[in-house]
Design a protein around this ligand. Structure first.
Ligand code: SF4
Ligand code: SF4
Length: 494
């Protein structure tokens, strides 16, 4: 009689109940007591049906009396059938299929184009990946112009509309450097994109990221009128912001940006405005930063990301720092939970984004859309994996004039598929992580193909927190999760 084994899963508890996250299918199930007992028993080692009946059925074979928690034969068989149906357990003899290496069929439609309208910045943030010691592209003496021309921007729009294939909606995100240094081109690009999209029967959604230093009434008016989604890079209260986010002469930027952001939030009501915070080793008061940015400044949502840098930099987050970050994220995530259960809005966007992925059963063969549904365009029109690689010859995937280099794209996809990341093959968090950001990997290991093994504990810890929040919400406010049912999944630009 062949034995049963537990398949890859992650068990967790929420709202006083056991749940399981199934790795191959990325599905989440609530377990009843019988299924939970069987799964836990099989997680220790394989058992046959008869052995399970003895172990879980009150050990009648060794003469012990049945207790209230023991399983009768019908309950055991029902639990085995249910766990088998959802592929949480299987026969030990049955081979487990390896991760299929399915490469999306070309031409894969472009969903989001990130347009680096300038590679210049008026701030000099100490930790910046673009200008600091970890930079990939020489934006001072390199071949790219410092500002994208109107003509290149128009060619980029034509490229986007063509490469979006049959998609009715295209997303254009403006990025930098400091995006608003090239506001004249940004403004004309939006006008051109709207006109061209209308001609071909499509819609375009616009967004941008800015450090807020150059916001002024006419720009704010324009962004509100055009319904441009805005993300502000800001690190928190004055003492935190002014530590790293400084002008070239070293003065802090808080006093410049705070009033401008408040004015933006007052006037621009057509889209939620988000803040994006970079966390560094010396800047870990997540709750205080969140409170300041939402309650004192007025942001609708705040997302946090650990700094991308080589491990030997002073601002790099250490292993202990990742533990600290996880603990603070957990606190804020539970605040999110209680606020959401009470039917009020909470703007911790990291947890909301992960909940959405969990709800949709996302299982990634690639960590993000870079090189696939998302591409970055450098100031000269070269197309790269994403905005962080824009302008890098080594990560180029064509040009807006000549189109996507399908051969280079195919090679990239072949090399970066999760099937190649053997370190990740036994990791239960891989459906969401899939090895992590290529840019982080490039900075840490010198190769985009390398999984980000320095932050596995953090990723697994955070995914576990989000699973628990998901389980709690499924019991206490399922309507909140239902909002994700019909929403289109957008590319996240970090
Ligand atoms: S990088 Fe680490 S956390 Fe991410 S999938 Fe691979 S092993 Fe898991
Ligand atoms: S996760 Fe990394 S590689 Fe992917 S789009 Fe973001 S910055 Fe680029």
């Amino acid at each position: 009689m062949s034995a049963w084994v537990a398949r890859e899963h992650h068990r967790f508890e929420a709202a006083g109940k056991p749940f399981v996250y199934l790795v191959p299918s990325a599905a989440i199930f609530a377990l009843d007591d019988a299924a939970d007992s069987v799964l836990r028993t099989l997680s220790a080692r394989p058992y046959t049906r008869e052995e399970l009946a003895i172990v879980l059925g009150g050990a009648t074979a060794v003469g012990r009396a049945r207790s209230a928690s023991t399983l009768d034969a019908d309950s055991l068989d029902a639990a085995i059938a249910e766990l088998t149906r959802v592929q949480a357990i299987g026969k030990a003899a049955a081979p487990v299929a390896p991760t299929p290496k399915v490469i999306p069929l070309a031409p894969f439609p472009l969903t989001t184009m990130v347009l680096n309208v300038t590679n210049q910045c008026n701030l000099s943030c100490t930790y910046c990946y673009e200008y600091g010691e970890d930079k990939i592209v020489d934006t001072e003496n390199g071949k790219q112009p410092k500002f994208m021309s109107e003509e290149t921007a128009r060619e980029s729009v034509d490229f986007m509309l063509k490469e979006s294939g049959s998609n009715k909606l295209a997303h254009i995100t403006f990025f930098g450097g400091e995006t608003l240094l090239n506001f004249p081109v940004l403004r004309k690009t939006i006008a051109y994109a709207k006109q061209r999209a209308a001609e071909v029967g499509k819609d375009v959604d616009f967004s941008l990221t800015t450090n807020a230093t150059l916001l002024k009434p006419e720009i704010i008016e324009f962004l509100a009128e055009e319904r441009v989604g805005v993300t502000i890079s800001i690190d928190g209260p004055r003492e935190v912001q002014d530590k790293f986010r400084v002008f070239q002469n070293g003065t802090g930027s808080y006093d410049i940006v705070a009033p401008k952001i408040k004015e933006l939030l007052r006037r621009h009501r057509s889209r939620p405005i988000g803040a994006r915070v970079t966390l560094t080793s010396g800047k870990m008061d997540v709750k205080r930063i969140y409170q300041h940015l939402t309650e004192e400044i007025g942001f609708w949502e705040v997302g946090f990301a650990p700094v991308t840098t080589s491990p030997n930099r002073a601002h790099a987050i250490s292993d202990g720092g990742y533990d600290e970050m996880l603990s603070q994220f957990r606190d804020l995530a539970y605040e999110f939970l209680e606020t959401t259960v009470a039917g009020r809005h909470h703007g911790f966007s990291n947890v909301k984004e992960t909940l959405e992925e969990l709800h949709k059963g996302v299982s990634k063969a690639f960590p993000c859309g870079a090189g696939l549904g998302l591409l970055g365009v450098a100031t000269d029109g070269d197309v790269a994996l994403c905005h962080r690689f824009a302008g890098s010859d080594a990560h180029q995937l064509g040009t807006v004039r000549d189109g996507i280099d399908r051969q280079a794209q195919q090679t990239f996809l072949e090399q970066h598929h999760i099937a190649n990341k053997t370190d990740c093959h036994t990791c239960w968090a891989r459906p969401l992580c899939s090895g992590g950001c290529y840019h982080e990997a490039h900075t840490r290991y010198g190769e985009t193909t390398h999984p980000n093994l320095h932050y596995c504990n953090w990723i697994r810890g955070w995914t576990d927190v989000c699973l628990r929040i998901y389980g709690e919400l499924s019991e206490r406010n399922p309507a909140f999760l239902a909002q994700f049912d019909d929403e289109e999944m957008k590319e996240l630009v970090s």
